[in-house]
Design a protein around this ligand. Structure first.
Ligand SMILES: NC(=O)c1ccc[n+]([C@@H]2O[C@H](COP(=O)([O-])OP(=O)(O)OC[C@H]3O[C@@H](n4cnc5c(N)ncnc54)[C@H](OP(=O)(O)O)[C@@H]3O)[C@@H](O)[C@H]2O)c1
Length: 316
């Protein structure tokens, strides 16, 4: 099967304005890919089946990076589970069905580490998928993403198309969402600490106990992994993409305090939900393909904070 990606291969990055998609687009541009296809959600609402099919038929990409999704942190997922389920199912169905009808040769679907069962053994192997109950706070989102993973695997089996799925851990980086409603933990904390420094506050309150452990991957590292997978991977099983290292939220808060220059007190609020107690991916499979993350957390936080400070007027 393995089609070699060349700089003239037409590649459609669905969700190119998002954290993961924009990193993929940056990398492809840097590597000299000349036939990159994109559309904002205003130009193409991927929930619209007919419009999606017309778009793909017109552009005929040879590679699709499926990085478009309705994504959010705990608060956003808890506030609108029906929308998270419905939008993601609809985006996936119209994109994957249209790509299948057109027999587009290569597709990379982005799943997520948060779709693994809540209490699965750590580090989480790919085989843990569907092995137990989900974390209730993002169950609706997870079910939709799992449907996407099974969809990709089913197309592989039924039609023999070499489509693949990746399971990124928590991502961060330039272009992330920092607003209180939609942000994930890392950008939400960066913003909170930044605000505390700006207003001279002497305490910052952090949701939960500070004890849950999480893994964080810079979006540029994810993009490099996506390209490596498109070049070298062809199997039914999704591939975890992470650093293989985790940090307690309390430790992350300390690093973010240093990054932003906050010197006051950090207070944890245990009345707020912690979510999954630990989430660390087993990254043996992606490492065996020769990929390694290149950006350490401290360095990645510094550059992300720098991006936030330069763009905050437009991201708040
Ligand atoms: N962020 C993470 O920590 C993380 C971790 C693991 C996996 N992932 C996965 O990575 C993928 C991308 O996540 P992300 O963090 O990059 O999300 P994001 O920053 O919120 O970006 C989502 C992208 O999807 C597009 N989109 C949303 N609804 C759309 C629609 N109806 N039609 C067309 N485009 C639409 C958005 O376009 P607009 O901006 O125009 O709305 C945006 O470009 C998702 O599948 C997610 O599950 C993310």
């Amino acid at each position: 099967m393995r089609r070699v990606l060349t700089r003239t291969t037409p590649v459609y990055v669905a969700g190119h304005t998002g954290l993961a998609g924009s990193a993929c687009l940056r990398l492809l541009r840097r590597r000299g890919f000349s036939r990159l296809i994109t559309a904002t959600s205003a130009e193409l609402d991927l929930r619209d089946r007919a419009a999606t099919k017309e778009f793909l038929g017109r552009h005929r990409p040879e590679v699709v990076v499926a990085a478009a999704a309705r994504v959010g942190g705990i608060a956003a997922n808890a506030a609108a589970p029906a929308e998270f389920l419905s939008d993601n199912l609809r985006i996936q169905l119209s994109l994957l069905d249209a790509a299948r009808e057109l027999r587009l040769p290569r597709l990379l679907f982005l799943g997520s580490s948060c779709v693994y069962p809540r209490d699965c053994p750590q580090p989480i192997r790919e085989s843990a998928l569907l092995s137990g109950p989900l974390e209730p706070t993002n169950e609706a989102y997870a079910i939709a993403k799992i449907a996407g993973l099974v969809h990709v695997r089913s197309v592989r089996r039924e039609d023999g198309l070499p489509w693949i799925s990746a399971m990124p851990t928590n991502l961060y980086g330039p272009g992330d969402r920092f607003d209180a409603e939609r942000a994930h933990v890392l950008p939400a904390l960066l913003r909170k600490f930044h605000e505390a420094v700006r207003t001279g506050a002497d305490t910052v309150e952090v949701w939960g106990t500070g004890r849950p452990r999480r893994e964080f991957l810079h979006a540029d590292d994810l993009a490099a992994a996506c390209l490596a997978l498109l070049q070298h991977y062809d199997d039914d099983e999704p591939v975890n993409v992470g650093t293989g290292e985790d940090i307690a939220i309390a430790g992350l808060a300390r690093l973010i305090a240093e990054t932003t220059g906050f010197t006051g007190e950090v207070r944890f609020d245990p009345s707020r939900p912690d979510g999954t107690p630990r989430k660390l991916l087993d990254v043996g499979r992606v490492r065996a393909l020769g990929w390694r993350p290149a950006i350490g957390l401290r360095e990645g936080l510094a550059s992300t904070y720098d991006w936030f400070v330069r763009h905050q007027e437009v991201v708040v």
